[in-house]
Design a binder for this molecule. Structure first.
Ligand SMILES: Nc1nc2c(c(=O)[nH]1)N[C@@H](CN(C=O)c1ccc(C(=O)N[C@@H](CCC(=O)O)C(=O)O)cc1)CN2
Ligand code: MG
Length: 290
């Protein structure tokens, strides 16, 4: 058996075309151009690349981006007051603060200062809570991208045994919640899980976000399983690989996402979707109030 390789770039392109259409309709019908504020603190090279990609992706679909590059030494209060201003700026429909932040910054306070209605990353406690209760406002972008990839491939989630490896707040926990909401039976494994293979071998859908290159080998995967690799590991030779031994697992799974080119391109795409949805929602609220 050779797995179908899920082409995240192709699915992302389709969704970006829809985003461009929705943005054009907002402009034509209501004179609204969706706006995204992107805040980058410090000089982390990977974060700078992700932010540049987000700005380019916005431009390509007709979202206005406002970029704020703050020095590594910025004070908490200065960052918080920028967010407070953006919260009431009507040309801004989404606000994101690129993570990770420097150690002296109080990340929790920063994320809680973003208005939940503009929190297009879905990291605010209110939006995390809404995800738990099923009254989602914004789904976090990487898990949302995974759900969209599964939908696009016509993969049934309901009733399936899903094993998620990694319990981070931005990937592992939200993906588990989102798949539970779609009636999967979800098991979450993490760095302290003993005998990982006893869990992975039973998975119909295996979602891996551990940050450990080569963690999942073919022997740990059930024949015909769907394998979603969210790991991004930069090797010493500069190569980027996921958490799954792709060469081995591709011969055992039914579907597999590559790294790069699988889940990664969907992360930025779902940010565009959330920003447009936010602009549409604000317009609808204004019309209802009028
Ligand atoms: N505020 C946020 N910070 C961070 C998020 C986030 O969603 N919001 N996620 C990650 C970084 N990230 C986007 O910000 C991101 C990571 C990776 C990719 C991607 O396309 N990866 C490529 C391969 C990696 C590469 O070439 O560097 C792929 O898988 O094809 C997009 C976005 C942490 N911070
Ligand atoms: Mg990828």
């Amino acid at each position: 058996m050779t797995a179908k390789i899920i082409d995240g770039r192709a699915v992302a392109d389709l969704i970006r075309t829809e985003c461009a259409n929705r943005a054009r309709r907002l402009e034509e019908k209501a004179g609204i151009r969706p706006g995204l504020a992107v805040i980058l603190v410090g000089g982390d090279p990977a974060s700078a690349v992700y932010v540049r990609n987000k700005i380019r992706a916005c431009e390509a679909v007709g979202i206005h981006s406002f970029t704020y590059r703050l020095p590594e030494t910025v004070e908490n209060e200065e960052l918080l007051s920028l967010i407070t201003r953006l919260n009431v700026d009507s040309s801004v429909h989404g606000i994101l603060v690129q993570l990770p932040l420097p150690a002296h910054i109080d990340m929790a306070r920063v994320l809680e200062t973003i208005a939940p209605s503009k929190d297009v990353d879905g990291f605010h406690l209110y939006n995390v809570g809404a995800l738990v209760t099923g009254s989602t406002v914004f789904s976090p972008c990487t898990p949302y991208g995974v759900v969209k990839l599964l939908e696009h491939e016509g993969i049934t989630v309901e009733g399936q045994n899903v094993v998620v490896i990694g319990a981070s707040n931005i990937v592992g926990k939200p993906i588990a919640l989102m798949l539970m909401a779609r009636d999967a039976t979800v098991t979450i494994c993490h760095a302290k899980t003993r005998d990982l293979a006893q869990f992975t071998i039973g998975a119909d859908i295996l979602v891996v976000a551990a940050g450990v290159p080569g963690l999942i080998t073919a022997a740990m995967v059930k024949k015909g399983a769907v394998v979603i690799d969210i790991g991004i590991n930069r090797l010493k030779n500069g190569k980027i690989v996921g958490d799954v031994d792709f060469a081995g697992v591709v011969l055992r799974a039914s579907h597999i996402t590559p790294v790069p080119g699988g889940v990664g391109p969907m992360t930025v795409t779902m940010l565009l979707v959330n920003t447009i949805e936010s602009a549409e929602r604000i317009l609808m609220l204004e019309r209802t109030a009028a």
